[in-house]
Design a binder for this molecule. Structure first.
Ligand SMILES: Cc1cc2nc3c(=O)[nH]c(=O)nc-3n(C[C@H](O)[C@H](O)[C@H](O)COP(=O)(O)OP(=O)(O)OC[C@H]3O[C@@H](n4cnc5c(N)ncnc54)[C@H](O)[C@@H]3O)c2cc1C
Length: 435
């Protein structure tokens, strides 16, 4: 491994089951290029792939290796919505750019599955649909509102009554819900690695083990400094998301402070026997419900259920979650019994105060976004295409980019420390019926 960095991978199910990616060397030179992309998660990879396809010479800098951040650690649910706000609200707040963004969201899952086909990606992709069951009778009005708003915009959504949700999930705990048939799930690390390989085939020059330490405007474009090199490029995409200040506090402090990184824990059960699978989510949809302390699960290609949870206090988190989520799954799916978990891992989700992502133009020919709020698999792939279009000169008025000015959160270090306590608030709301 001379000249290559040792990557500090989490002990995740995805790392255990995903084929390795050919490593790229660190940057040790000064180079000139058309575009530089910082961060090789879905956003950076999709941006770089689309730029290269448009004939733009592109350099991709990654501090560790592709998929090391949220993109390789997540639940892999391909969901064409935000957690909130709903489409009417997004359009109300952001006008025409908001309306284009809603259309992008509507199409984002389909776009991901189309990209898998077009680029020939090995991502264990299953377009089986996404279900959002509701956990109290009063929350059916959330499902009704979403079906009405998305249905009006042509999304393939359908309201589900309690009996249908019970048949589709094998669970008696939910009171109905809705489904979007364009959703589904992927092995997220496989998607990241496969897209990285595809981007390289398209001519993207990738450097692993290469943290961008700082960036700034220079005559004719942007300069990015790394530990052993530098890149000068006409255009720049900052795609470091919740990990923006992990490797350099100088890189983009005003962007890093716009989101509160919150740990989300993931875990995979052993193989679920076929007889049980015929009753528990037999259609293999991705499922995530209306709890603030979210219930979510999906099968992977090896028939394990990949699920997880959140914790107020991270200490001894893996052991506590094995117990708590084991009990939860046994209660939610009586046919499953009490599962055991082979892997427990976590990653940071970038939360904003109003659950709306933040999209920015950092200056002439430079963009960034943060704040997926846990719904970024489909969105980051779709936004990658959109940012690539912006970087190749498409007018912003044609694009689904509701840009705002960066607004760092006041008292960010304090917020970051106390954020997990918000879970207690979500749990209290979960136990209440809607008025
Ligand atoms: C545990 C978890 C579960 C989730 N589950 C789901 C889900 O099921 N469905 C869904 O829609 N969304 C989910 N999400 C959200 C989703 O994973 C993210 O929105 C998405 O992966 C963001 O992709 P990204 O490329 O923008 O960021 P990331 O994947 O985080 O990529 C950022 C990259 O930048 C690199 N980087 C950081 N700093 C530097 C630097 N200075 N120089 C160079 N590189 C740098 C990092 O190493 C990283 O690889 C989940 C997130 C987490 C953490």
């Amino acid at each position: 491994m001379t000249g290559q960095t040792r990557v500090d991978w989490p002990d995740s199910h995805w790392v255990a089951c995903t084929p390795a990616l050919e490593a790229a060397p660190p940057l040790t030179d000064a180079i000139e290029t058309d575009a530089v992309v910082i961060g090789a998660g879905f956003t950076g990879l999709s941006t770089a792939w689309h730029l290269a396809r448009a004939g733009v010479r592109t350099v991709l800098l990654e501090a560790q290796a592709p998929g090391w951040g949220a993109s390789g650690r997540n639940n892999g649910q391909v969901i064409p919505t935000l957690t909130r706000p709903d489409p009417d609200d997004i359009e109300h707040r952001h006008g025409e750019a908001g309306a284009r963004f809603v259309t992008l969201l509507r199409d984002s899952a389909q776009m991901l599955f189309d990209l898998v086909g077009e680029a020939g990606l090995e991502a264990e992709a299953e377009q089986t649909g996404w279900i959002q069951p509701v956990h109290t009778p009063g929350r059916m009005k959330i499902a009704e509102r979403r079906v009405e708003q998305w249905g009006r915009r042509g999304a393939p959504v359908e309201l589900l009554d309690a009996a249908t949700v019970r048949t589709m999930t094998g669970s008696p705990v939910w009171h109905g819900g809705f489904t979007n048939r364009s959703g589904g799930h992927v092995n997220p690390l496989a998607l990241a690695r496969s897209l990285a390989a595809a981007a390289r085939r398209e001519g993207v020059q990738r450097f692993d083990g290469t943290p961008a330490l700082s960036m700034g405007p220079r005559p004719g474009g942007w300069e990015v400094l790394t530990p052993m090199g530098r890149v000068h490029a006409h255009r720049l995409m900052l795609a470091t998301h919740s990990y923006t200040d992990t490797f350099s506090s100088r890189l983009a402090p005003e962007i890093a402070r716009e989101v509160v990184p919150v740990l989300s824990w993931q875990m995979a059960t052993g193989v679920v026997p076929e007889a049980v699978r015929q009753r528990v989510i037999p259609g293999r949809q991705a499922v995530s419900d209306t709890h603030g302390d979210l219930y979510f699960m999906r099968y992977d290609a090896r028939h394990r259920l990949v699920t997880g949870g959140a914790l107020v206090v991270p200490a001894a988190g893996a052991a506590r979650l094995r117990r708590r989520i084991g009990e939860r799954l046994a209660r939610v799916f009586p046919d499953l019994g009490r599962p055991t978990f082979d892997h427990v891992w976590n990653g940071y989700i970038g939360m904003t105060t109003d659950f709306m992502p933040r999209l920015h133009r950092l200056g002439e020919g430079a963009f960034a976004w943060v704040g997926c709020n846990g719904r970024g698999v489909a969105l980051s792939i779709a936004l990658g295409r959109e940012f690539a279009r912006a970087l190749t000169g498409r007018p912003i008025d044609d694009l689904a980019l509701p840009l705002t000015e960066p607004r760092p959160l006041p008292a960010h270090p304090v917020l970051r420390r106390v954020a997990p306590v918000r879970l207690l608030h979500f749990r209290a709301l979960d136990n209440r019926e809607l008025p």
